[in-house]
Unconditional design. Structure first.
Length: 367
């Protein structure tokens, strides 16, 4: 008897009821993000491998362990996209978007692929909603992205949310901190797990995520990057926090939120679902420096003048997890849409954007 055919492990069929729920999620995302000036973009399901190896970071788990990579039949290595930011940076540079008014605001709802162990809410093929703003280092853009992500999750009624933020500083500050942390880990190498010891040179920041008791004890006394920011980074981070405070968006400053040290990031945030004991990360926002240039050089084999130092931010929502969390419940009907407005005021001889979370009343006026 032949074996019954079924979907590959780590994938699933989108049946009609789930398709309706996903369509509702897409409608909500389109309304919120388009209302904030973001335009839809879709990139190919696969890219040349260098786009991810150079854009995401060669030492990341994504590049080292999780990519589906194969030869395209012509001698070039291609990879099913494991994430959305690197391809969008490649498209930004390739199509000359740096010549457009900045920042360029883009959003997508696409499928992605990672070769990892399947578990609840984590699949080998999955869908993500993402928003990218490229071409500005204004703290207001950071705050807007965070506010939009929080607004989207609130609209989807996904349950309790927890927002944690941190600053990863400049590339130079991260390199100096990396050496400092490596020294701390080497001094306590015998107390660390074998996995953490093997990553001291390649990716020491992963020690903060370890559940090994000895490693956790070592990390309680580890140096923190937030204590080593230069004046400009500290000022930028303070400005983002001030804007979030004005928008009444609750957050926690978490100095151990450092998963992106090897990815050319600045500020990172994570929105989690559920209680502290079992939080599921559904949103990560990353500010990228020089990733556009890396994606161009690696993916297009050429440089485009003026884009090598483009700065961008990204917000990602993994909708597979949202759909599971909602357990096929209907999206809550709301009589008035939630919007994010940006008010520009003069402060210290410069424009500062203040993000406000407001609701339209029945007559279409902001309350």
């Amino acid at each position: 008897m032949s074996e019954r055919l079924q979907v590959p492990r780590g994938t699933y069929d989108v049946l009609p009821d789930d398709a309706d729920a996903r369509a509702g999620l897409e409608t909500t995302a389109r309304r919120i993000l388009s209302g904030a000036g973001f335009r839809r973009i879709e990139t190919p399901a696969f890219e040349y491998t260098d786009v991810f190896a150079r854009g995401v970071g060669a030492s990341t788990d994504i590049v080292q362990k999780e990519m589906y990579t194969f030869d395209d039949g012509g001698g070039r290595s291609v990879t099913l996209r494991p994430e959305g930011t690197a391809p969008i940076c490649r498209a930004y540079a390739e199509h000359g978007m740096h010549k457009l008014p900045q920042p360029v605001k883009l959003w997508y709802l696409s499928s992605f692929f990672r070769q990892e162990k399947p578990q609840a809410g984590r699949f080998r093929q999955f869908w993500q909603i993402g928003a990218e703003a490229i071409g500005s280092d204004d703290p207001a853009v950071d705050a807007e992205i965070i506010a939009l992500l929080a607004t989207l999750l609130a609209e989807l009624d996904v349950g309790r949310l927890r927002l944690r933020i941190a600053s990863l500083g400049t590339l130079e500050a991260r390199h100096a901190y990396r050496e400092q942390l490596q020294g701390h880990l080497r001094a306590h190498a015998r107390e660390l797990s074998e996995d953490v010891r093997s990553r001291i040179d390649l990716n020491p920041l992963r020690a903060f995520d370890s559940d090994h008791p000895g490693t956790q004890a070592v990390m309680r006394d580890a140096p923190l990057l937030l204590d080593n920011l230069d004046a400009a980074d500290a000022e930028h981070f303070a400005a983002v926090r001030e804007l979030l405070d004005r928008a009444a968006i609750a957050y926690e400053v978490d100095p151990t939120l450092v998963r992106g040290l090897d990815e050319d990031l600045d500020i990172e945030h994570e929105l989690s679902l559920g209680g502290v004991e079992r939080a599921v990360a559904v949103g990560v926002r990353r500010r990228r420096e020089r990733q556009v240039g890396a994606a161009v050089e690696g993916g297009c084999r050429r440089n485009l003048a003026g884009v090598e130092d483009a700065v961008g931010v990204a917000a990602v929502v993994v909708d597979d997890r949202l759909l599971l969390d909602r357990h096929r419940r209907r999206v809550r009907e709301r009589g008035a849409p939630l919007v994010v407005a940006v008010e520009v005021v003069e402060e210290r001889h410069r424009d500062v954007a203040v993000v406000h979370d407001r609701r339209l009343d029945a007559g279409g006026e902001l309350d």
